[in-house]
Design a protein around this ligand. Structure first.
Ligand SMILES: Cc1ncc(COP(=O)(O)O)c(C=O)c1O
Length: 438
């Protein structure tokens, strides 16, 4: 498509937009298990209204828009309070989990520069299940990520993590929970050790931050993970996941304002004026910030508890149902409402394909091969149908034992490819191919 010579009418534009939707995942029907977090039309309407009201405003300059400054301050206070933030905690709204994690790593690097002159090649010890945004941060900021293995319960092995700490370690991390298996790492043990050794400790609660506090209040036993654990120095928690706000909203919160200062960027010699920016982005869209404030206030504790109850009910139903299907096995004991399941009897990638043919979009995992579900309240209504389809598809594969072909074969190949570094150029080629893909 070349640049249009003449503009279209509003109606033509709208039709063009809708026409391009063909093939999109149908999240509205509860058939997807990632990417979209939907707590109902009313919540979405509140988010959209707030988003549009502040569609044009820009938090790059908080002096120009005190509204956005106030929203941000309120949201950070609300969320940090939920995490047991001590007096003086401070945070920032970012565009998403990735930016929050980038900031946590960048702050740790600056902190080490200021306080640990012996550190010349900074390292961080992270579980192998830590989100790849941390690998991105390692790549961008020159902090080496050293990976600690898991125990049999899919939580990081704290002893092994501690053994990986060197005189160059500046930061340790754990997840609450980690995305692949929905389990919370042993944060108390790890953060206690980090504190003793004078290291920073970040908890990636991007997916769980707006969920675990409610599950705990509903009586579920959640391993301690937030600022109530003394060694935890920062937490990332997304609002656009289980906070159900508009996309483009996450928080990164530090135990103290002093720690947050290492995140900030200031440049004083630009002819365009003094430039000060708290995070990665320059322009900071007002929409997601206003929507975050709106949804947190709209739902309040009672709203989030109600939604968490539904999500937990759907999760329990799915976990019980999957565990009862011969040949399938849920991995570990998930703390949150995301989990993975696998099989020793059927090819799970073929199972993913078979479910896909019935309209269910289930994410694939590797090392080992598994399918992944991230449950939201909308899944309560469709859990029965999902389980019935899953049972049928599994049974069919168990009895017919077909040879993997098509994308199931491709997933299988990628998951077991022995030389992982050789995969990178293949994936880069695949990304280039998006340009020509219909
Ligand atoms: C545990 C965890 N951390 C970080 C992220 C990254 O968040 P985002 O995709 O908003 O950048 C995710 C995304 O799923 C996640 O599950």
């Amino acid at each position: 498509m070349s640049f249009p010579k003449q503009g279209m009418s509003k109606d033509e534009v709208a039709r063009g937009l809708e026409a391009k939707r063909e093939g999109d995942a149908e999240w509205q029907k509860g058939k997807t298990f990632s990417l979209v977090y939907n707590a109902g039309e009313d919540v979405m309407a509140v988010a959209k209204d707030a988003y549009l009201r502040f569609f044009s405003e820009n938090a790059l300059n908080p002096m120009a828009f005190p509204s956005l400054r106030r929203f941000e301050r309120d949201v950070v206070k609300m969320v940090g309070g939920l995490f047991g933030g001590p007096d003086g905690f401070a945070g920032t709204l970012t565009s998403g989990g990735t930016e929050s994690l980038l900031m946590a790593v960048k702050s740790a690097r600056e902190h080490a520069k200021a306080t640990r002159p012996g550190v010349t090649k900074p390292e961080m010890v992270v579980p192998i299940t830590i989100h790849p945004a941390v690998e991105k941060a390692a790549h961008y900021f020159g902090v080496k990520a050293v990976h600690a293995p898991l125990r049999d319960d899919f939580r990081v092995d704290p002893k092994k993590a501690m053994e990986l700490v060197t005189d160059q370690t500046i930061l340790m991390m754990g997840s609450a929970p980690a995305y692949p298996h929905g389990v919370v790492d042993p944060i108390e043990e790890l953060a206690g050790f980090a504190k003793e050794r004078g290291l920073l400790f970040h908890v990636d609660a991007c997916v769980g931050g707006m969920l675990l506090p409610w599950l705990e209040r509903l009586g579920r036993k959640i391993p301690a993970w937030d600022f109530r654990v003394p060694g935890v120095t920062s937490i990332s928690a997304d609002l656009h996941k289980y906070g159900y706000t508009a996309k483009g909203a996450s928080t990164v919160i530090y135990r103290s304002r002093e720690l947050r200062r290492f995140q900030h960027f200031v440049y004083t010699d630009w002819p365009g004026g003094i430039y000060a920016s708290p995070s990665v982005t320059g322009t900071r869209p007002g929409g997601p910030i206003a929507a975050a404030w709106a949804v947190l206030n709209y739902l309040g504790e009672d709203g989030y508890l109600r939604i968490a109850r539904q999500t937990l009910d759907a999760t329990n139903q799915l976990i019980e149902g999957i565990s009862a299907i011969p040949g399938l096995r849920v991995m570990g004991r998930p703390d949150a409402t995301i989990f993975a399941f696998t099989s020793d009897e059927v090819d799970v990638f073929m199972l993913g394909e078979a479910m896909g043919a019935r309209g269910w979009k289930v994410d694939r995992q590797q090392l080992p091969a598994a399918l992944h579900l991230m449950v939201t309240p909308g899944h309560l209504a469709v859990a029965g149908q999902f389980l019935a389809d899953l049972r049928e598809c599994t049974e069919h594969l168990r009895t017919t034992k077909p040879v993997a072909e098509g994308s199931a074969a491709m997933y299988g190949m990628l998951a077991t490819f022995p030389d992982r570094t050789a995969l990178e150029p293949m994936i880069l080629d695949f990304m280039d191919g998006f340009e020509t893909m219909e």
